[in-house]
Design a protein around this ligand. Structure first.
Ligand code: SF4
Ligand code: SF4
Length: 321
């Protein structure tokens, strides 16, 4: 019997999601045995024309990681959608926009100006910037369009399932692969991770006093962190109350607070707003000055609250630039 065809593709992301596949360790052999890869540019030599030659729907599942930042990413995502029975948004950037989505606080012109002119490590006296079309003796060279805004995958194509995380952990990946291979799938649109908050299962939860109050906010390098105690109770921002469970508390176990890579639960529309509301409810101050002093001590609040989710949020991007 023919093996189900599978594609992996990498859009605007760091590449950690591709490494997560390698993190399957010996389980990757089971996957390789069970499926036929038809596109996996980071690991194998396939061409887009090979995918174009497939029948519509012939690929059983495409795992696409990364947000959509360029015309080429949008083109391949749309091609894979057409050729695939299922599309899984793989990892935080495809799911929510992720860290590359923080660029939505800026715009294309500002990014290019910094990267090609102002960055201290740049030496570009002729002020050359990449062009979409360049004519050389041999003909015309083209580069994909660089969009002004980073989009989540489901803002560009229809997505069947979401595998959350930066990067998704191996157990969730294997569960998803097994569910797809056996057809034992949840409702379309499901995030393939438990629908409860990280705080619900965090072992530090038991150390939380009946009412957590914050009078001062610190950064992790400014305090000796108690490895048993809830971060919020130590005055450290931890986005656990606004984050979906399922990562195995990877950061918490390494004595670092959660930054929210699993995104929110299904009951939350905007992860940053949810965390802002959770934080506001525990700030203990009795005057406007005292409140301002505490909130001013949060370095880059928008960046922290929307660390992984700005493109998926109600805000989507900064509008005044
Ligand atoms: S706020 Fe962070 S440390 Fe505290 S219980 Fe929630 S996930 Fe754990
Ligand atoms: S603790 Fe938070 S940021 Fe860290 S892996 Fe889990 S969900 Fe992601």
């Amino acid at each position: 019997m023919a093996k189900p065809k599978v594609a992996f593709y990498w859009c605007a992301s760091c590449g950690g999601c591709e490494e997560a596949v390698v993190d399957l360790a010996e389980n990757i052999l089971k996957v390789v045995e069970a499926v036929e890869f038809v596109l996996w540019p980071v690991a194998m030599d396939f061409k887009i024309k090979d995918v174009e030659a497939l029948q519509d729907g012939e690929i059983a599942v495409s795992f696409i990681n990364g947000g959509i930042r360029t015309g080429e990413q949008e083109h391949v995502a749309k091609l894979l959608r057409k050729k695939s029975g299922l599309v899984v948004a793989f990892g935080a950037c495809a799911h929510l926009g992720g860290v590359p989505g923080l660029a939505n606080f800026s715009n294309r012109d500002r990014i290019f100006d910094y990267v090609y002119h102002k960055s201290p490590s740049v030496d570009n006296p002729e002020r050359i910037v990449p062009q979409e079309k360049t004519v050389v003796r041999e003909g015309e060279l083209t580069l994909p369009e660089f969009y002004n805004t980073v989009h989540t995958l489901d803002q560009v194509i229809d997505v069947d399932y979401y595998l959350p995380g930066c990067a998704p952990p191996p157990d969730l990946i294997m569960n998803a692969v097994e569910a797809i291979l056996t057809g034992n799938l949840p409702e379309k649109g499901a995030v393939l991770s438990p629908d409860k908050s990280l705080c619900d299962t965090c072992k530090r939860k038991v150390t939380k006093p009946e009412k957590t109050v914050i009078r001062e906010i610190k950064r992790v390098h400014e305090v000796m962190l108690d490895p048993e105690k809830c971060f919020l109770d130590q005055g450290i921002i931890c986005v656990g109350p606004a984050t979906r469970d399922g990562c195995g508390e990877r950061c918490i176990n390494a004595n670092m607070p959660c930054r929210g890579c699993f995104g929110p639960t299904s009951r939350v529309d905007d992860q940053g707003a949810k965390f802002l509301s959770a934080l506001a409810s525990i700030i203990d101050a009795d005057s406007e000055d005292a409140i301002n002093k505490i909130t001013d001590s949060i370095a880059d609040p928008a960046g922290i609250f929307y660390f992984y989710s700005l493109p998926a949020s109600m805000l989507k991007r900064r509008l005044d630039i």
